[in-house]
Design a protein around this ligand. Structure first.
Ligand code: PEP
Length: 255
């Protein structure tokens, strides 16, 4: 990461793990371990854990995010949660376009754009996930895929609004598989995304935006990954469920 222009953000994505009581207990354990972090620390948790997470993180340096939000303000969308609901609770971040939402719940680049718009309009900070599947990497079209996902998601987002967006480059073949992208592969795609931002906005916006890497980042490989110039932290799944591992990743990004 480039510390003079960007602050690293380490965000946990709990996916569908931990009950509200488990969330509280975990956060109490995590708080002292990350209290001295010089990077931003975020935990994105299931909707039902949000209130416990907000209560338990009060007065600490840990910020709370949701794992999705709907594009509509309200309405007949059974089972969904709207951005104003999250904002009113005091939730600060929301993950949008995670590959599991794309693979299992019909998320498309267009719905990612609509959800991003709703989040921004409601003052939420977005962690926008992009990434190629293995076949696309093997076909040599990673840049085309990631570039298109980024461009469509950011359609209608102004340069000012971009300040509330973090991009998480998450190669789908590396998520939950134990197969991490090499630091060089992560750097290559993160740098490419920065060039896309420069073309869409300008060099200033490209230098300022936080671009994370995600995909089997863990306590062992985090330091090398976040040591790359264009890797501004990480979105962490599995390793965010263990407080000691997550804290080690936070410490690596704080160096
Ligand atoms: C994720 O869920 O965004 C993720 C990167 O998962 P994992 O770290 O488990 O690969």
């Amino acid at each position: 990461m480039k510390k003079d222009v960007r602050k690293a953000v380490i965000a946990g994505n709990w996916k569908m793990n931990k009950t509200p009581a488990e969330a509280t207990a975990f956060i109490e354990e995590l708080k002292p371990l990350v209290a001295d972090a010089s990077c931003d620390v975020v935990i994105c948790v299931p909707f039902v854990d949000l209130q416990n997470a907000l209560d338990a993180t009060k007065g600490s340096n840990i910020k709370v995010g949701a794992e999705n939000c709907h594009w509509a303000t309200n309405g007949a969308f059974t089972g969904e949660v709207a951005a104003p609901m999250l904002a009113e609770m005091g939730v600060e971040y929301v993950v949008i376009g995670h590959s599991e939402r794309r693979a299992y719940f019909g998320e498309t680049d267009e719905t990612v754009q609509m959800r991003t718009r709703a989040a921004i309009d409601n003052g939420l900070k977005v962690i926008l996930c992009v990434g190629e599947v293995l076949e696309q990497r093997e076909q040599g079209i990673t840049e085309e895929v990631v570039g298109l996902q980024t461009k469509v998601a950011l359609g209608g987002v102004s340069k000012e609004e971009l300040k509330n967006i973090i991009i998480a480059y998450e190669p789908v073949w590396a998520i939950g598989t134990g197969k991490t992208a090499t630091p060089e592969q992560a750097e290559e795609v993160n740098h490419y995304i920065r060039t896309v931002i420069a073309k869409l906005y300008d060099d200033e916006a490209a230098e300022a935006i936080t671009i994370q890497y995600g995909g089997s980042m863990n306590a062992k490989n985090a330091e090398e990954l976040v040591g790359k110039v264009d890797v501004d932290g990480g979105l962490i799944g599995g390793a965010s469920l263990k407080s000691a591992d997550f804290a080690t990743i936070v410490a690596a990004a704080s160096k």
